[in-house]
Design a protein. Sequence first.
Length: 196
Amino acid sequence: MKVTQAELTISAAKPDQFPKNPAPEIALSGRSNVGKSSLINTLLARKGLARTSQRPGKTQTLNYYWINDRFHFVDVPGYGYAKVSKKEREAWGRVMETYFQEREQLKAVVQLIDARHEPTEDDIMMYDWLKYHELPVIVIGTKADKVPKNKWDTHKKKIREALELEEEDPLLLFSSETGYGKDKAWSHIQRALFDS
């Protein structure tokens, strides 16, 4: 995928701010600090488009990126971060539920998991929740450059087993440092956007 145009168009804090545009969307989900902004910047070949935050859990809106005048990436708030009040978490939870359950433009969810570690309870819960709502999921193990190459298969196996990954959901490793996995990620994303 050659990205010729990419811009942040809106940061939506509530459902009535979601764009009315009928174009297809891919949501990007993952724990705070898993490397979501780095993945977005790498895929879009833009250095600082998605802001990497020094404070995990800072993204509290759904950030819409309009790409090639054809589709949106939607960066959803990171989960599993404790320093946010219960009330705030519940408020985001409601917005996210509305988005995942009712957004007809949503074609698939890219779920990011830190490839260095086994999936957390939050990772497993999120995957189960997405599958409960019958959403296609593309699982991407981030920070692959921090895992020795000869252990990649072992780490993928651990992710697959912990999530009880469904057969139709792809799992790939990715590194924003080296760009490894970028083409593979794009091919799955394109398929989800335009073949479904």
